[in-house]
Write a new protein. Sequence first.
Length: 120
Amino acid sequence: MTTRPPHQNPAINPTPRPLRPPTKHQLALMIWLAVFPTLLVLNLTLADWLRTLTLVLRTFVLATIAVPIVIYGLMPRLHQLRRQLISRDRNPIRLQTAGPASSPSPDHPEPVHQHTGEPS
């Protein structure tokens, strides 16, 4: 019989359920959160130069710069943030209310001395 190291024991560290892909609404919000600020910053930064271009060329320039920033820079970070938020929701930190140290909790009654029958 072989024993598993503690980090591989399913009773101690259960395998987490795989994370589902974002819903279409979550994805839409993530894309909006990435695209809007990117386009705003690009428009503010390049406003003087973009003003000299035609509408089609201006749109082409903005899309050519914005798409790689959004796809390779911002979206992976937003997916990572979503994973962290969801995993935090799956494993909430349970805060216990602090009470007097001498009072037993209903879940953990005070041990009783075997011979006298009184609390030890």
